[in-house]
Design a protein around this ligand. Sequence first.
Ligand SMILES: Cc1cc2nc3c(=O)[nH]c(=O)nc-3n(C[C@H](O)[C@H](O)[C@H](O)COP(=O)(O)OP(=O)(O)OC[C@H]3O[C@@H](n4cnc5c(N)ncnc54)[C@H](O)[C@@H]3O)c2cc1C
Length: 407
Amino acid sequence: MDFAYTYTKEQEEFRQEVRTWLEENIPENMKAPVDRLDLSEEHYTFWRAMHQVLAEKGWLYPTYPKEYGGGGLSGEHETIITEEFERAKVVGDFTQSFIYPTLLVWATEEQKQMFLKPILKAEKVAFQSFTEPNAGSDLASLQSRAVRDGDDWIITGQKTFISGHGDVDYLFGPIVTDPDAPRHRNLGYFMIPCPSEGLELQRLNLLTGHDQSFIFMDNVRVPGDHLIGGETEGWQVAQTTLEIEHGGRGAAFPRDEAMDNLLDYVKNTKRNGEKLGDDPLIQQDAMAAYIDSHIHTLLSWRNYWMYQAREEMTYEGSQQAMYRKVYRMTNADRARNIMGMYSMLGVDEPRAPFEGQPEVYQRSSLTGAHPGGTIEIQKVIIARRIGISRTRERAAATPSTAGVSGV
Ligand SMILES: Cc1cc2nc3c(=O)[nH]c(=O)nc-3n(C[C@H](O)[C@H](O)[C@H](O)COP(=O)(O)OP(=O)(O)OC[C@H]3O[C@@H](n4cnc5c(N)ncnc54)[C@H](O)[C@@H]3O)c2cc1C
């Protein structure tokens, strides 16, 4: 049986249109750098403006409804756009995209106009603001507090490891609204405007650079209409965000550049006059890496298909997230076995293979194990959903399963 996907003539014409437009409009020096650390202010300014142009064309968020700034296009269009963006080294939107499904499911019509539309049109940027110093894996232990003041809320507390460029318009996430209520019934979900008086953002220097921040909130005033969902429904709203973050939308085009480069290296490198691929130990590692990468691709496609087909998921999202986190670290080990120390030469080193991409992979595979729930937490979720845990849980509502138009 042939599993290869064939596109229609209309779809191939659309691909050509996207490809040509990108070739004509993305200058060579603005393409995504190999190391995200090298994303300059010039890049940032260019891409903030370019994302708005791409949104206007309907290509930035292809499948989201047009009335909220999306493209109103199909899943096939999204696949084509994703492939072409990857090919043209387009820098992704700066908003953490989990907010869109959350707003589609939970926001009122007025809130969709106020938040979803400008964010989907890339005029505003929003970051996911969940983790606190004492609430990571155990998110329900949040301590940041929101207190009613007339129509407004006054928020005090801390968030940490918040990803994104320092320039942000909204921080979205759960905050305690009723400290006396039981767990999971004590939170509200807020869109906190930035900048705000009393809100300070301090950059954190992780292994992969300055893409994370500490957030300090000292009596930050937030308007009442910035609460998404009910006053104590924040846990349920947050579950929609996490459902998507945990792999519940799959991926239209999960390209694995590290894998492509590794195979290229094995095929085209000679050591002591012998082709690297002739060494049986190298073959073993390269093959295992390829199989793991391919399994992840299949899991991503399956989830993407399930999401588009509005199939109810149980463990599938977390299965993909867990597999990705594990195999990327294993493949980083294999890349070190195969490339040796060359896998650790950074982007500025002339001898670095693939312009230093393998070294970036060594770092990002490690930091990537944490965001959106660690490997252990994905296992806990899978156990709950396949019925072998003390507690049972169902997948949270997403635009796909909630029947919202545009997914
Ligand atoms: C690069 C990066 C980007 C991030 N971006 C964001 C962001 O944008 N927004 C945001 O809100 N947060 C973000 N985070 C934070 C991330 O969500 C947390 O790091 C993660 O949820 C784990 O929380 P923790 O670091 O407090 O670890 P802890 O919860 O303290 O866990 C420590 C260790 O104990 C294990 N563990 C904990 N509980 C259990 C259990 N029940 N069973 C088995 N093992 C367990 C964990 O797996 C982990 O290995 C980011 C983190 C990183 C590294």
